[in-house]
Design a binder for this molecule. Structure first.
Ligand SMILES: [Zn+2]
Length: 306
């Protein structure tokens, strides 16, 4: 396991991790160019900084959902504030991963109120190891940690918009939160939804594919045909696209589970190509099919051994 300091995390993110997180992902190749996409009157999508960021305008400030990568912190801050001449007031984190909390310290130091699930605070307060990536991330400085936490759900009003945030049971991590702008009907799914490529699932942080399927079902219930869905990664999506994603996950889970159950080795499981039917659509981005299967296999066999 790699032990790294805060200063070195930067190096990890830009050297070791890119082999996994960045260079293999189509979205990351456009990293330097942050893009704004209007999602209605007061909402904007900010992409290109790691995880997708939602920006809500209010008279007294902006509300952000997620804050991008550490190396794009300043760029995200500036780009977000280019949307309206007001300060950033509030930040909600969908989970603790570094590509969603990268500007937390910068924004926290500027007095931005940070809201997240209890488990996000816990994980940002101590170093976190990820077995699959063989990587350790340091704790965030106290200023970057959420000051307002919740165990189940909460809501607030900002700029005339109602924001309902809700914790869903362990799936991508153990702190996954969805954020629904209910008037505008825009829904940030965090990394419970990777639109267009196989999702990373953080088994080291309580994630599992069964939870991903179950939470996809919960999200399908929470939105409607008109909802504009912001995935954690990938382009904006609709309910129909969320359903296709859910069905892909359920199918792959069923096939890999069966192979594990009958005692296949990792190599045999990969050779059986349990993702084959989906690879053309989902296997060309972030995680290649063999990597996705390896991640699921490791998670399932670890759970079985425990
Ligand atoms: Zn994530």
């Amino acid at each position: 396991m790699l032990e790294i300091s805060r200063r070195e995390l930067f190096g990890i993110v830009s050297s070791l991790a890119p082999a996994f997180w960045l260079t293999r992902s189509g979205y990351a190749q456009a990293q330097p160019a942050l893009q704004l996409q209007p999602l209605g009157d007061k909402l904007t999508l900010l992409s290109g900084a790691g995880g997708n960021i939602a920006i809500l305008q209010g008279a007294d400030g902006l509300l952000l959902v997620d804050s991008g990568l550490p190396q794009t912190a300043e760029a995200v801050d500036n780009k977000a504030r280019s949307v309206a001449p007001v300060p950033i007031a509030t930040l909600i984190n969908t989970h603790f991963h570094f590509d969603h909390i990268g500007a937390n310290e910068r924004l926290g130091r500027a007095g931005v109120r940070i809201i997240a699930h209890d488990n996000v605070l816990k994980r940002l307060s101590t170093p976190q190891k990820n077995a699959f990536m063989n990587m350790e991330a340091p704790a965030l400085a106290p200023e970057g940690r959420p000051k307002t936490t919740f165990s189940d759900k909460g809501q607030l009003t900002h700029g005339g918009e109602k924001i309902a945030y809700k914790y869903l049971p362990p799936a991508h991590t153990d702190g996954d939160t969805t954020v629904h702008f209910t008037n505008a009907n825009v829904y940030h799914a965090g990394d419970l939804f990777f639109n267009g490529f196989y999702p990373f699932i953080d088994y080291s942080a309580g994630g599992n594919i069964e939870g991903m399927v179950a939470d996809a079902d919960r999200m399908i219930e929470a939105v409607d045909r008109k909802t504009k869905i912001i995935p954690g990664h990938g382009p904006m999506a609709t309910l129909d696209e969320l359903r296709v994603y859910r069905d892909m996950l359920a199918d792959v889970n069923e096939k890999v589970s069966k192979l594990v159950r009958i005692g296949k080795t990792l190599e045999e499981t990969q050779a059986a190509e349990p993702t084959k039917a989906h690879d053309d659509t989902w296997g060309k981005g972030f995680l290649k099919p063999a990597d996705f299967v390896r991640m699921l296999y490791a998670g399932k066999t670890a759970a079985k051994a425990a």
